[in-house]
Design a protein. Structure first.
Length: 226
């Protein structure tokens, strides 16, 4: 399904007024449909699958900023490290070390968001608060030689639930964690991005402090079957 031009401009206008960045979730969308949204002015796209990203990237304009937003296995970091603008889904110390390792080989710094587990659903990936504390402490003090990554914020996914009070409370929880750390300012750790909210809950996420939202189905329509 082609990108919804009217909906895109409506959402962009809404987000611009609130200084919120839009990541267009393009997983399982065709190159032609991504190109269509690009031609409307969108430059930031989010992908969930490594193979899909590395197949699409050479076929699309080079100034697209690719965000990896799905679960990333350590053995696949090497395939996306030269492509991505931001890895939003860092959910373990092991993964962060591998990203740093691959970035060092490329003589570049890779921007990362730490994914925090805030949903009650067990299927969601993410760090608990103790793991988050450990990683930020290691990074800000550079104990592990993290010279080729930059922690620029947090990412989270609230429960997929009709219980809006629960969803809002999960978002509030992530925002409170973000507030705790956003005053940090070191060479490789400065949190200014809170990526929270998707097509069904982005308005609530913005109310709770999100400044980056990941929207797919509102822009492209129902996602094709994989």
């Amino acid at each position: 399904m082609a990108a919804n031009k009217e909906k895109y401009h409506e959402i962009k206008e809404e987000l611009n007024l609130q200084n919120v960045q839009l990541i267009a979730v393009s997983k399982m969308q065709s190159v032609a449909d991504i190109q269509g949204l690009y031609e409307l002015g969108q430059r930031d796209f989010g992908e969930n699958y490594v193979q899909e990203l590395i197949e699409k990237q050479p076929l699309l304009p080079p100034d697209i900023r690719w965000h990896f937003i799905g679960h990333l296995q350590t053995n696949k970091v090497k395939y996306v490290s030269d492509i991505v603008s931001l890895i939003q889904s860092v959910d373990s110390l092991k993964l962060l070390k591998e990203i740093n390792k691959q970035a060092k080989k490329l003589n570049k710094v890779i921007n990362c968001l730490l994914q925090v587990h805030i949903a009650e659903e067990e299927t969601k990936f993410g760090l608990d608060i103790n793991e988050l504390d450990e990683i930020i402490d290691l990074v800000k003090n550079n104990f592990a030689g993290f010279s080729n990554i930059h922690i620029s914020g947090l990412m989270g996914m609230a429960s997929f639930s009709e219980d809006l009070t629960k969803v809002r409370n999960e978002m509030k929880h992530l925002q409170s964690i973000f507030e705790k750390y956003k005053t940090l300012s070191t060479s490789n750790c400065q949190l200014f991005t809170l990526s929270m909210g998707m097509s069904g809950d982005y308005k609530m996420a913005i109310e709770e402090g999100s400044n980056m939202v990941r929207i797919g189905s509102l822009l492209f329509g129902a996602r094709p079957r994989k």
